[in-house]
Write a protein that binds this ligand. Structure first.
Ligand code: 5AD
Ligand code: SF4
Length: 472
């Protein structure tokens, strides 16, 4: 069971055996909400082996670094973190405590061999599609004298092999993520996801509904459905039909106790009339939608292979507002995609002025090796990207502040989820995801309660309870 590899420090004495004695597991999660979900599921599959979460890596018999590859210097960040973990592993091994280091997620998928070459103290490298095989990988890492790498896209779907836990998140949680779809077939010019997460796959309706019911039984009231292209969902229904996201949303909304449903991330091309109608019909669908547009220039949208124009986006937003007047939007933007001129950038600014966003993420274009845009001519100089990003972010910040300010004086339903930072305070979320703080009894945690908003802070709101009415 000894582990010795070229380049590995002599103090490495061996990995934990495969018995089910209690052991510490520390998962470090970077990136998107899907990685948060995946980390929880990795903890689930390791629990039967005796692994229990611990708060610090030094207390862990196994450390998983769940990585993100979406933007700049992703791999360098991973190697620098691995350097820190190596020291912890070496220190633990001087006291006879072996540590398994696993690298998971999209950097593992894209740079698996490089990780093993540059960080030979890593024991397991696994892509996002193979984590249901983790117990077997742990056993193999313990047995073999070398690292285990699993970055293929297996024929079996991991969702069919994951344990039926009550809910992947901590028991007692009121909100939870639920991955219903993964991967992407859209191949935007700038994006690594189709390569790291693979082809688009939807989970079956039965397994999604079963997981949602288990979550609700464990106390969850708000579920965020996740997928790289969540509104391209096309899962097989119990009737043999292919269900779209709209149909799934109606079925989820019928689960008693599931009061709030969100979904992310959507693509404008898949924002069809049925889904827009679901926003009209279902009060459970929260009036807040993350709908990345990336650019407001038709030329750049074409170069990005987005499959829609800026006016198509405006039209979708118009229909959404007609269906659900209080719906607010969030988005992603990229500035400095190859070929973007001042005029193209101005078209993005104009789209932002026309649509108005409650919140948004904006990024400088970063070249991702292997993607079409990385080798495109007319790369935009860094200082131009900087200036455009600053201008865009200033406008988006103004709109976010204005949106939050517009709620001051209004009464909104808040689902309280925790005690606040200040004594006597409780905190929750509005339908538009803003954190809201009030002075109130912890008994209200787990209830959706009307709150009059009194003040806008930088990234949250203060309010007072309107005690007569309680929604749930
Ligand atoms: N450069 C900059 N931003 C990117 N994103 C994805 N790939 C890149 C890239 N190469 C952004 C997009 C996407 C979000 C998750 O990250 O805006 O919607
Ligand atoms: Fe990436 Fe485009 Fe797919 Fe979104 S739709 S995951 S940006 S390729």
């Amino acid at each position: 069971m000894g582990l010795r590899r070229a380049g590995a420090p002599a103090v490495m004495t061996g990995l934990p055996s495969s018995s089910t004695a209690p052991r510490g597991l520390h998962v470090i999660t970077w990136g998107c909400q899907m990685n948060v979900y995946d980390s929880a599921r990795m903890s689930d599959v390791l629990r039967p082996l005796g692994y229990q979460p611990v708060d610090t890596p030094d207390a862990a018999d196994m450390i998983i670094l769940n990585t993100c590859h979406i933007r700049d210097r992703a791999a360098e960040k991973v190697f620098s973190e691995l350097g820190r973990l190596r020291k912890i592993k070496e220190a633990r091994e001087t006291t006879g405590q072996p540590t398994i280091i696993a690298v998971a997620g999209c950097v593992a998928q894209a740079e698996g061999q490089e990780i093993l070459a540059r960080a030979p103290y890593v024991d397991i490298v696994l892509g996002p599609q193979t984590y249901h095989r983790l117990p077997e990988m742990v056993a193999r890492a313990a047995r073999a004298g070398g690292a285990v790498i699993e970055t293929d896209f297996p024929a079996e779907q991991k969702f069919d092999f994951l344990p039926d836990t009550a809910a992947p998140q901590t028991p007692g949680n009121l909100t939870a993520f639920l991955t219903i779809q993964e991967g992407c077939d859209k191949f935007c010019s700038f994006c690594v996801v189709p390569y790291t997460r693979g082809a688009e796959v939807s989970r079956s309706v039965t397994s999604v509904l079963a997981e949602a019911r288990r979550m609700v039984e464990s106390g969850v009231q708000e579920i965020s459905l996740l997928g790289q292209n969540v509104n391209a969902y096309h899962g097989t229904g119990p009737d043999g039909d292919v269900w779209d996201l709209a149909r799934l949303a109606y079925a989820l909304a019928a689960i008693p106790g599931l009061n709030r449903i969100r979904y992310a991330t959507s693509h404008p091309r898949d924002m069809d009339d049925a889904l827009i109608a679901a926003h009209r019909d279902l009060p459970e669908l929260m009036p807040y939608l993350h709908l990345p547009v990336q650019s407001g220039s038709d030329k750049i949208l074409r170069a990005m292979n987005r499959g829609h124009t800026a006016d198509d986006y405006r039209e979708i937003v118009r229909k959404l507002h007609a269906a659900r007047p209080d719906l607010a939007l969030s988005s992603d933007f990229i500035v400095g995609h190859p070929g973007e001129t001042d005029e193209d950038f101005e078209a993005t600014m104009q789209l932002v002025r026309d649509v108005t966003f409650a919140q948004a993420y904006s990024f400088k274009y970063s070249q991702r090796p292997g993607t079409p845009a990385a080798g495109a001519p007319l790369q935009v100089p860094e200082d131009v990207k900087d200036a455009r990003l600053q201008a865009l972010q200033a406008l988006l910040r103004e709109q976010q502040d204005a949106f939050n300010q517009s709620l001051v004086g209004q009464t909104v339903p808040v689902l309280f989820t925790s005690e606040g930072r200040k004594p006597g305070q409780i905190s929750g979320r509005s339908p538009w995801l803003q954190p809201v703080h009030v002075t109130g009894s912890p008994d209200l945690i787990g209830r959706e309660v009307p709150v009059r908003i009194t003040e806008r802070l930088t990234n949250s709101l203060n309010g007072i309870l309107e005690e007569e009415k309680v929604y749930a």
